[in-house]
Write a protein that binds this ligand. Structure first.
Ligand code: NG6
Ligand code: CA
Length: 521
């Protein structure tokens, strides 16, 4: 009898353990579903920290972006990896510091792909975890492997470095070729009107901005005087491809439709969409619906346009029933610039608006306005609305997202700052090397250290931006001195030595070719 009782007890125990195990398994499975959110990166081009309402802009209205930001987590120390486009995008997609890749600088439209198909990338990492991956919008990381024939399939490109689908412009809105490229093929290409592109010389008989000002609807201020397309003079020369040329004023709507279509087609599985808008980069060409809407000329109008676009895109996520399970990251590739090569009233009609939000510098600059960008995360029901001071950088997204979706891995130089991005911690990176046109500096704690750049240009006069170079070392306390007006290098030698040592630890003493090595004091 005793034996039988014992057996019953043992059996009961075994069964209850088993069922507990199953419930545990079930909850892990459920957790897995919940923790594999769709991921959308909304990436602006040249949008300044102060260009959005959620960061204090009140002369320009961005209600749709603000709503999302206010329901998400806004970062006051959110960084692009560089003060220009290509390096920032390179770091975002590869997790690698852009100064480690010598090709990661502003590229012409004919440049070869600078991401190696062997490299790990953000989209590849997500693809390996069962995601469908897509890019819509600006690429600017090169295409092909030299001498691209735009009339053939163009490869390698986004589809070879992790994107299942791509619908892109090759470089920038101001660079040729001015065509859309879908999965490596120029859209609407007419074989009887082949496309030719050169960054060296014009094609015989083709008008240029320099020689034919009478054909221009937008005037160039500096650069931008090569081929004329849609009345706008561009960087680089292009011939043919009439039917394939984009209409600048329709670009925002065009990319929006592609992004919406992507969501509709892939809503059933976890997806990653990298939606890289073109605003407010030059040439600023708002659709007629937005002309005059900001009172600030085209630069303001395209920001208002972009805000509407973001609103429409969010409506699509909502309508398709995926907004609840989508983690959105919103940011910009670099800081603001007003006159970036065209006469478009950006300076004249600025009024009281401050795209830099009180920071110093701008696009191209090592000063804060170059790299401190609008940055927020949004995940309905998961990320508590709020504001975070954690130091976060776009370069960390690949590594951090891998942790968020439950398969933590380090992608190149990325750090796992997932807790900061989700609002579970107020600690992000401890330090970050920032970059501007191959020069670098160190942000650590509240401090910024810029090593000496003797004899180098201090200001890009055309764009009227201080680029952050000086003959001597610079040290700023960013918490106390947002505008970087007081160089404390001389008065705080202890901090200077600490920052310099930390900079050398990352960059080495020979931080810039042709400049004396940094020596530790
Ligand atoms: C500069 C262009 C500028 C812009 C920039 C790239 C001239 C004079 N200036 O060389 O207009 O196109 O490159 O911007 O050509 S970015 O946001 O893609 O880095
Ligand atoms: Ca840019």
């Amino acid at each position: 009898m005793k034996q039988i009782l014992k057996l019953i007890v043992v059996l009961f125990f075994a069964i209850s353990c088993q069922s507990k195990k199953e419930t545990k398994k079930d909850s892990i499975a459920q957790q897995e579903i919940v923790t594999k959110p769709n991921v959308v990166v909304i990436y602006m081009d040249d949008l300044g920290y102060g260009d959005v309402g959620f960061n204090g802009a009140n002369t320009i209205q961005t209600p749709n972006i603000d709503k999302l930001a206010n329901e998400g987590l806004v970062f006051t120390n959110g960084y692009a990896s560089s003060a220009t486009c290509t390096p920032s995008r390179y770091a975002l997609l590869t997790g690698k510091y852009p100064w480690k890749e010598k090709e990661a600088k502003i590229l012409p439209g004919t440049a070869s792909l600078i991401i190696s198909p062997e490299q790990q990338t953000l989209p590849k990492m997500l693809k390996q975890q069962g995601y469908h991956t897509g890019i819509v919008g600006k690429w600017h990381l090169g295409l092909g492997a030299g001498n691209v024939d735009w009339n053939q399939h163009v490869s390698p490109g986004p589809n070879e470095v992790g994107f299942d689908e791509s619908y892109i412009m090759a470089a920038t809105q101001d660079r040729v070729p001015t065509v859309y490229i879908k999965n490596g093929d120029v859209v609407n290409l007419d074989p009887n009107d082949p496309i030719e592109v050169s960054y060296k010389e014009n094609f015989k008989g083709q008008p240029t901005g320099k020689e034919n000002p009478e054909l221009l609807k937008m005037k160039w201020h500096h650069g931008h005087n090569s081929s004329i397309i849609n009345g706008i003079p561009r960087i680089g020369f292009m011939k043919g491809g009439e039917k394939a040329k984009w209409v600048d004023e329709d670009m925002a709507d065009h990319f929006l439709a592609k992004a919406q279509d992507y969501v509709k087609r892939h809503k059933e599985q976890p997806f990653f969409l990298y939606y890289a808008l073109q605003q407010p980069h030059v040439p600023r060409t708002p659709h007629s619906r937005f002309v005059g809407k900001s009172g600030m000329g085209p630069r303001g109008d395209v920001i208002v346009e972009a805000d509407w676009i973001v609103g429409e895109f969010i409506k699509t996520l909502e309508k398709e029933g995926v907004l609840e399970n989508t983690l959105i990251v919103f940011s910009s590739d670099n800081g603001p610039v007003l006159n970036d090569g065209y006469y478009d009233d950006a300076v004249e009609k600025l009024g009281n608006h401050d795209p830099k939000a009180g920071f110093r510098g701008g696009k191209y600059s090592l000063f804060e306005a170059g790299v401190r960008v609008p940055f927020f995360t949004y995940w309905k029901g998961k990320i508590k609305p709020g504001v975070s001071d954690a130091l976060v950088c776009q370069m960390d997204l690949a590594t951090s997202l891998s942790a968020i979706i439950g398969n933590p891995t380090t992608v190149a130089d990325g750090e796992d700052i997932s807790n900061a991005l989700l609002g579970e911690s107020n600690t992000g990176r401890e330090k970050l090397i920032i970059e501007a046109n191959t020069r670098t500096a160190l942000r650590k704690g509240d401090w910024l250290f810029i090593p000496p750049y003797p004899g180098m240009v201090k200001e890009y006069e055309n764009v009227n931006i201080e680029v952050g170079s000086d003959d001597v070392a610079q040290l700023y306390n960013l918490k106390k001195d947002k505008g970087q007006q007081q160089n404390l290098a001389a008065s705080n030698p202890k901090k200077l030595a600490e920052m310099q040592a930390a900079f050398i630890a990352e960059r080495g003493e020979n931080y810039f070719e042709g400049i004396e090595p940094l020596v530790l004091h």
